[in-house]
Design a protein around this ligand. Structure first.
Ligand code: SF4
Ligand code: SF4
Length: 370
């Protein structure tokens, strides 16, 4: 709790201050919950109190006007309360079933100029929820793709499954715009990762002025960066040399040194991973595996990427058992069978068995290249 009488400026206020009254009252005393229809849940407390939740997909980038509209809906129907889920959905909660129909009708009535829903209801249970993604092109050094673009294209392709629950189990999709993977890719059923395939370029004119050269050297996990001197005109200046054959294109040195840009229209692209999930009450977490090693950035609609993801989802939906997550299905039938059924090409880039000594020097070495 914040110190008495003080509203802290060193972090958010205690989250208990933000709970809707019915949730604060019944905290830790919930009996069960149900999905009433796609996007609508009811949580029932031991006291008999109920909370009805309407989940809507949130936009990739939000304007202040849009956020104000979300707050206006919360003020009108939910006593000023709302919450964002870990998968970027917005949840509006009411404490009485009589308020539910009005809230749903209000959400459905709000449209973009083109006629599509501003607040589509869905994203629950055995369907496809909103996509978790990073936003590197807005704020970061190392993105290999524009996260918003492919995420919008993928979500448009699978949108019907946001609003129904025909999958065997939940399908969670995530995208991270570089290998640092800020975006839950390793623990999602389908993960998309932006990758570089070329070493950084060296801007010798600026390395000495923009970079702490020892820091750039220390930042490289494969010891590919070393200090050097180069001639520019009639001067010798301190700069950096990169041993290209040791580079694994991670972009760490660029984070430390802006004179080492790594983004490249030809080298950059995406890979697809499959089979991750977080743990739950009855099963352990699973890491995803790379199943497509490279797809080029195809702005603005990423057709190869969306076609492959849609295909993986359809093959999974047609073959998995009820309640079986994508990775559990692939594990049960065997990954060889997964590649056979999906028709994805298996290449040496996909070998990922750290337990097999035959691959130790391959997959973990700097010679492993995309
Ligand atoms: Fe930056 Fe990489 Fe994270 Fe994207 S995934 S935000 S590029 S560190
Ligand atoms: Fe080293 Fe990564 Fe920079 Fe390559 S991109 S030189 S591996 S820090």
């Amino acid at each position: 709790k914040p110190m008495e009488g003080r509203i802290t400026d060193i972090g958010p206020r205690d989250y208990n201050d933000f709970l809707p009254p019915v949730i604060a009252k019944n905290k830790g005393k919930w009996a069960y919950h149900e999905i009433l229809e796609p996007g609508v849940l009811v949580h029932v407390a031991e006291s008999g109190d109920k909370v009805f939740t309407v989940r809507v997909g949130a936009a990739r980038l939000m304007s202040v006007t849009h956020i104000r509209e979300i707050c206006e809906i919360a003020d009108k129907h939910c006593g000023g309360h709302l919450r964002f889920t870990t998968r970027n959905n917005v949840e509006f909660m009411v404490d009485d079933e009589s308020k539910l129909a009005g809230l749903k009708a209000d959400l459905a009535s709000r449209k973009f100029a083109g006629g599509s829903n501003k607040f589509p209801i869905g994203g629950t249970g055995a369907g496809i929820s909103n996509i978790v993604h990073t936003q590197g092109w807005v704020h970061c050094h190392t993105p290999a793709t524009d996260a918003s673009g492919p995420v919008k294209a993928i979500m448009d392709t699978v949108f019907d499954d946001f609003q129904n629950m025909r999958m065997p189990a939940p399908v969670r999709i995530a995208l991270a715009c570089c290998l640092n993977m800020c975006g839950a890719v390793h623990c999602s059923d389908i993960g998309v990762v932006g990758i570089h395939r070329k070493p950084p370029m060296i801007d010798h004119e600026w390395t000495d002025q923009l970079c702490e050269i020892p820091l750039a050297v220390a930042s490289c996990p494969t010891a590919a960066v070393r200090p050097t001197k180069v001639e520019i005109g009639d001067k010798k200046v301190n700069s950096i040399a990169i041993k290209n054959e040791r580079c694994m294109y991670c972009g760490n040195c660029y984070t430390m040194c802006p004179a080492l840009p790594i983004s490249d229209g030809e080298g950059d692209g995406l890979l697809i991973m499959v089979g991750g999930k977080v743990s739950n009450r009855i099963s352990q977490p699973m890491f995803s595996k790379v199943v497509v090693a490279y797809i080029p950035n195809e702005m603005p609609r990423w057709p190869s990427l969306t076609e492959k993801i849609k295909h993986i989802i359809e093959v999974y939906a047609a073959n998995a058992r009820k309640y079986e997550r994508l990775g559990e299905w692939a594990d049960r039938i065997g990954w060889e069978k997964f590649f056979e059924l999906t028709g994805l090409e298996f290449t040496h880039h996909l070998i990922d068995d750290f337990r097999d000594p035959a691959y130790y020097t391959w997959r973990q070495s700097t010679q492993f290249k995309f």
